[in-house]
Design a protein around this ligand. Structure first.
Ligand code: SF4
Length: 442
């Protein structure tokens, strides 16, 4: 897998990537940059979050202030959860954030607890390096409330909020039927905020009066060039992002991880703007965007993506098991040049009828991939009915492995480096030495 490049835009550090995105930010650095200083009264902070129109960065884009208020006003003492489980194969930003800037996330988690009145918190993740980094951050500074790390197995649905609650409560990381929503009955039956880690990072920045809602973390991938983790201001166009990543003149765009479907190249002038993307029938989701190089085919990419979703279905809802399998099998037939008119008509019918029928969004994602393929590439679909194109023939579905992106591994700060090389036995000290404050090196 090609290593992911971190692209810091020119013009000074961006709020979440920060000044040194390839290094782990230790406590001294975070404090030097103004971290853990915000002490706004909770009601004022909530008003600031609302005025800034902060939205969730995990995928759904729900207004954060509405969630915070619902949890605060629920029945019982609330619980807050930093959700770092990143199931989208094309996204790396959440794992990078936990690895590189754990204090920023923990600061946001503490601010969320202050707003909601929570008396305990969890950090939920599957990435071992992220877990080590958060654990180290918790040993550097007491967050002032109990924070427990909960590890899960990586899976597409493991970060869905009801799956998060179920796993923290000791069960499997699988979604449950709604209602109740987790803000009503979550961990241990308590009203629970499950917030994406980037959302919490931006909450911490807002608490410190930084500009936090003008930009977004993005994972860009495609073609032969390396994937890119970057932070860009809203308003940048898809064409500019494709250029930045290195896929010039992409043939199509896979939006929002696997959740936003496929866009044709005629959509490249679209800006990253929630309303404009929604008008175009897509969304930014978790901020993962894949550009299809001229040699790639939207049919094989859609087939591969739906194959991945069919494999990742948690098989709890009958409609999801049969729906993802039918979508996958029909798309495979199309990619192999053996799909008749009924097959294409079935794809169109399923794309319309399946969304909203599963307990989570996985089935919706699969249906949207099929629907956007039919709507955005009608001539290509027609041509594939009788004959596979060279790209489809060369790239049979591999359950989404081609769509995976490597997670950047920020360097440990020197005062933490070499944990594995530290002596395992205490070394004799001739005289007690005063401990210096940790240096800001991250
Ligand atoms: S829609 Fe699919 S992935 Fe989601 S809970 Fe139901 S079976 Fe599982």
């Amino acid at each position: 897998m090609t290593l992911t490049v971190i692209h810091a835009p020119s013009g000074g550090p961006t709020p979440v990537l920060g000044p040194n995105p390839d290094r782990v930010e230790n406590l001294a650095c975070y404090l030097a940059r103004g971290g853990y200083r915000a002490e706004l009264p909770p009601e004022e902070l909530l008003a600031r979050v609302e005025a800034a129109e902060l939205r969730g960065h995990g995928g759904a884009g729900f207004p954060t202030a509405v969630k915070l208020r619902a949890v605060r006003d629920g029945a019982g003492t609330p619980v807050v959860v930093a959700n770092g489980e990143e199931g989208e194969p094309g996204s790396v930003k959440d794992r990078w954030l936990l690895r590189a800037r754990p204090h920023l996330v923990l600061d946001g988690l503490v601010q969320a607890a202050r707003i909601t009145g929570a008396d305990r918190a969890y950090v939920y993740l599957s990435d071992a390096a992220a877990e080590r980094s958060v654990h180290e951050a918790l040993t550097e500074r007491d967050p002032g409330l109990p924070v427990e790390l909960v590890r899960t197995e990586p899976a597409y649905v493991a970060g869905e909020e009801s799956a998060v609650v179920r796993r923290i409560d000791g069960g499997p990381a699988l979604p449950t039927a709604k209602p109740p929503r987790v803000f009503e009955r979550g961990v241990g039956g308590a009203p629970t905020l499950v917030a994406n880690v980037e959302t919490l990072a931006r909450l911490a920045l807002l608490a410190a009066a930084h500009d936090a809602t003008e930009s977004v973390l993005l994972t860009l991938s495609g073609g032969r060039d390396a994937p890119v983790l970057t932070e860009q201001r809203y308003g940048v166009t898809l064409r500019q992002l494709a250029f930045l990543q290195g896929t010039v003149e992409p043939k199509a765009v896979l939006m929002g991880g696997l959740f936003g479907g496929l866009l044709p190249s005629t959509a490249l002038e679209l800006p990253l703007d929630r309303a404009r993307l929604a008008e175009a029938g897509t969304g930014l989701g978790c901020g993962a965007i894949r550009f299809l190089a001229p040699g790639e085919c939207p049919v094989s990419v859609a087939t591969d993506a739906v194959d991945h979703l069919a494999v990742e279905s948690s098989r709890q809802c009958g409609v999801c098991v049969s729906g993802t399998r039918a979508l996958r099998d029909t798309l495979v037939a199309l990619a192999e040049g053996r799909c008749d008119a009924d097959g294409v008509a079935n794809l169109a019918r399923w794309a319309q009828g399946l969304p909203g029928r599963g307990a989570c969004g996985l089935l919706d994602a699969a249906a949207r991939l099929a629907g956007t393929l039919l709507n955005g590439f009608p001539e290509l679909v027609a041509a594939h009915r009788s004959e596979p194109c060279p790209a489809c023939a060369a790239t049979p579905p591999d359950a989404g492995r081609r769509l995976r992106v490597h997670v950047p591994a920020p360097l440990s700060a020197p005062d933490r480096a070499g944990d594995s090389s530290r002596p395992t036995q205490p070394q004799p000290q001739p005289h007690p030495q005063p401990q210096p404050a940790p240096a800001c090196v991250g």
